[in-house]
Design a binder for this molecule. Structure first.
Ligand code: FAD
Length: 472
């Protein structure tokens, strides 16, 4: 008989409970341990998974294949167009051999949950572990047993529950058979983009984590909002695919700042809160399945009259809005597959409030471009920005791109990197592009005029988004 580890999002050999459980069972009952990854190209397309993320996935799967081979386990790549075909694959395997158990990490998204439910109903011997969050969805609830609708009390309860917890990550299991060299290098059957700017592999992720907690985490609160600085961890692409676990992140943070959970003033606290925002959105996704289907968290969001404006949407996507901070950010996304958090907030606010374009379009574009594309965080971030979300920014708080630009890229070094057209402009001109609309002279440039006037756009947004008011 055989026991399987089915890799889905938790693509690592360290701190992997499913791998541990499978290894343990294989040893105890003298079963063959096998590993599987199932590619689902049509499903990925339906979920708008970006080509760059797929390339990163492919490159990382090759690393995982090597790590597993060192443990004496072969990683098989199976193919199903979408989730519907996955059951047939397992049934076929169960006819060929005695599959005693399959271990896999649970996932919070609705289609993933439905896929797993269908497998259980078809008597596939699937066993779940909880690894995509430090505290699993459903375990951080208020006194009535409900999911929190605001982050601060969620975070407080999370800290209470986590403070007594043993969070030492699991080690890589000992080899179960002789190490070998894989015969075929894993290749996905789909076209992929270019993710070479990011190094693949668990070792890389662990190194980034170590460097960050040792050298940057203490200054995170002061530096995290400045895109020109290297102030954040850049771990999101690894966390999104589970190349590193949130528990490994927490353990590394606590090794450096043992009081990060207990003490509000700990220098590690600010980064901890970001790890928990990640969990908050994952818990929400599971508590409110309609979020996976595009629902506004605030039902009043359905009454917003969005603009249909393909021209403006393309200008936003391609970094041609005439607002240098917005354009630099959108070009960073297109060129690197990553965008700084402050800029995600600025560009999402610009699309939904200044251009009044439906947040779903922005969510989709981000997902297609991002290396760290992740339904829970992306949806949470977009709905927060649009004012339709859980614990969202109120609709009447409209980021002023000029003030944001001045405050968070004061010397315009980030902007100049991505928008060379404004190289010769003064700082004042770069931060205040809308003064061009009042006839001010700027150095000759092929850089577009601002696509909207800030004050007019602000007034329009306040009026159009006021349908959200009743809920406040
Ligand atoms: P750090 O600042 O070092 O934070 C550490 C980790 O905490 C991150 O890697 C991430 O896993 C998590 N995290 C941090 N901030 C948030 C947050 N606000 N919400 C949820 N998790 C967070 N993050 C994604 O991982 N995938 C997405 O698709 C995504 N889309 C976003 C869309 C919008 C409109 C907004 C406003 C935010 C989005 N975020 C998303 C959250 C955040 O911008 C990124 O996680 C962060 O910029 C990643 O950089 P980092 O790894 O250096 O983060």
């Amino acid at each position: 008989g055989s026991v399987y580890i089915w890799f889905r999002q938790d693509l690592r050999v360290a701190d992997n409970q499913a791998l541990h459980a499978a290894t343990k069972m294989a040893r105890q009952h003298q079963l063959t341990l096998k590993a599987v990854y199932i590619e689902t190209p049509l499903q990925w397309q339906k979920h708008d998974v970006g080509l760059r993320q797929l390339d990163f996935l492919q490159r990382h799967l090759r690393c995982l294949q090597q790590s597993l081979a060192a443990l004496g386990v072969e990683l098989e790549l199976w193919h199903s167009d979408d989730f519907d075909g996955v059951n047939a694959l397992w049934q076929a395997r169960m006819r060929q051999e005695n599959v005693v158990a399959i271990f896999a990490g649970r996932e919070p998204e609705l289609n993933e949950i439905r896929r797993d439910q269908a497998l259980l109903e078809a008597e596939v011997p699937l066993n779940f572990t909880n690894e995509h969050c430090i505290l699993p969805p459903g375990s951080v609830v208020n006194q009535s047993g409900d999911m929190y609708r605001v982050f601060t009390p969620f975070f407080k309860r999370w800290r209470e529950l986590a403070s007594g917890m043993q969070c030492q990550p699991l080690k890589v299991p000992a080899p179960i058979a002789a190490a070998f060299t894989p015969q075929h290098i894993i290749s996905l059957s789909v076209a992929t983009g270019d993710s070479e700017m990011w190094r693949a592999g668990e070792g890389e992720a662990r190194q980034l984590l170590q460097q960050f907690v040792q050298h940057h985490a203490a200054d995170y609160k002061q530096q995290r909002d400045f895109p020109a600085l290297d102030g954040t961890s850049s771990l999101s692409p690894y966390l999104a695919l589970g190349i590193i676990s949130p528990r490994q992140c927490l353990a590394a943070l606590l090794a450096q700042f043992p009081d990060a959970i207990a003490d509000d003033t700990s220098p590690g606290r600010c980064w901890l809160s970001e790890l928990v925002w990640r969990e908050f959105y994952r818990h929400l996704l599971q508590a409110y399945p309609s979020l996976s289907m595009g629902a506004n968290f605030n039902p009043l969001g359905a009454h917003i009259q969005w603009q249909q404006d393909d021209e403006a949407f393309s200008a936003w996507c391609e970094g041609r809005t005439g607002y240098p901070i917005v354009d630099a950010a959108m070009r960073q996304l297109q060129q690197t597959g990553w965008m700084h958090n402050r800029l995600r907030m600025i560009t999402a606010s610009f699309l939904t409030k200044h251009l009044l374009i439906d947040w779903h379009l922005g969510e989709r574009w981000f997902r297609q471009q991002l290396l760290d594309g992740d339904l829970a965080a992306n949806n949470g971030g977009w709905q927060w920005s649009a004012g339709t979300g859980c614990d969202a920014q109120p609709y009447f708080r409209i980021f002023n791109p000029m003030t944001q630009s001045e405050k968070f890229d004061p010397d315009a070094s980030f902007i100049r990197k991505y928008v060379p057209e404004v190289e010769a402009w003064s700082l004042k001109q770069i931060h205040h592009p809308d003064s061009r609309m009042h006839g001010q002279l700027f150095a000759v440039s092929d850089y577009p005029m601002p696509i909207v006037n800030h004050s007019e756009a602000r007034e329009r947004a306040l009026s159009r988004l006021s349908v959200l008011k009743k809920a406040n």
